[in-house]
Structure formats: C-alpha cells, structure tokens
Design a protein around this ligand. Structure first.
Ligand SMILES: [Zn+2]
Length: 192
C-alpha cells in the first residue's frame, strides 16, 4: 500500500469516528504508518469532520517533520509518534484516539477496564490498563509527547499485540493495531 492509498484509508477512518458518534467537535484522530517509507499519515489539526478531505491528511516523519500537506498535523501527533516508534517493529500500523463517551468517563475514574464481557475478550487479553496521573510538569510542557511516554510506561511488561489499548487517565483511550479498520471496531466496542 502506497502513501496515496494510506491517506484515503486514514481519511475514511477519521470520518468513521464521526459517523459512529465517537467524537465531538474536532477532537479525536486516526493515523496510519507506512512501512515502506517510514512515514505517518494523520489528520490536520482543528478541521471539522464535515469538511474533512484528502487534503487534510498530513504526512509526517517519525520526528514530527511535515513531509506533505498544507496544514498543521493534529496536536496529538507527538503521542502517535511515540507509540509508532516503540511498536512499529511489532507490526503496529495504526493508532486511534477518541473521546468516546463511556471510555472517557471510565478513564476519568482512574481505573483499568476489567474484562467483563465476550466482546472485550475478542479484542483484548485481560484488563485494559490505565495510566498514572501525570505530573504538573508533564502536563504543562510537551503534554502530548509525555502522554505517549506515560502510555509506554504503562505498557512495560505487556505485549502491544495482545494488549492494544491504554486508557490515559482523565483523558481517554488510545488504541493501536495492525490496520486502521480493526482499531475502529475496537473503539466502537467501548461506546455501546
Ligand atoms: Zn484527546
């Protein structure tokens, strides 16, 4: 799959967030990683879903430099990049972040999400972990990159292919996988 096709798939996946009521306003984002070029496609910052087009799919390298696109990438891009850098060699090619209502409420409770049903167990091995509270310094300086780091800290000792999500405490879910569509299925599970 080339970058052009990846942009189309990432666009459709972002639009699916809105179609499935997983986001409000311009929040939430889906990105995709291209193994051949080592580049990431993510939606532009602050674009309304109703107006989103292929031109709003921004190509960045793993250091966050914009390679293609006229707009600034999503403000959450540093979080996505931390996840790709850590997990790409294990086949992770897509990251989804939403503020889906129930997952966000649960994240605000500060608890991991225990496996209480069959749908959860179809996608995850055990309890979905929640991150620790971030410090004031982590929040006030490079919050998005620090969010990625605290996700990795939470994943220490866990296999990112068997546990493909973390709840960021007081924020919401970040989910990853080998392709975008699968993550969307996962995120939908959290909103029914
Ligand atoms: Zn968010």
């Amino acid at each position: 799959m080339g970058l052009k096709e990846l942009k189309e798939r990432v666009l459709e996946s972002n639009l699916d967030l809105k179609r499935n009521n997983l986001v409000i306003s311009t929040w939430g984002n889906v990105s995709g990683y291209d193994e051949e070029t080592g580049l990431v496609v993510i939606k532009a910052s602050g674009v309304k879903y109703s107006e989103m087009g292929i031109e709003h799919m921004i190509v960045v390298d793993l250091d966050g430099n914009v390679i293609e696109g006229e707009y600034a990438p999503s403000t959450d891009t540093p979080t996505h990049l931390v996840i790709y850098k850590a997990f790409k060699d294990k086949g992770i090619k897509g990251v989804v972040h939403t503020h889906s209502q129930y997952a966000t409420m649960w994240a605000q409770s500060g608890n991991g999400l225990p496996c209480l049903g069959t749908t959860h167990s179809d996608y995850f091995y055990g309890e979905i972990p929640v991150t620790r509270l971030m410090t004031s310094q982590e929040i006030n300086c490079n919050y998005e990159e620090n969010t990625g780091k605290v996700i990795l800290e939470t994943m220490e000792g866990l296999d990112c292919r068997r546990m493909s999500a973390v709840l960021v405490r007081s924020h919401g879910p970040f989910v990853w996988g080998d392709r975008q569509k699968k993550q969307l299925q996962i995120v939908w599970c959290w909103n029914i």
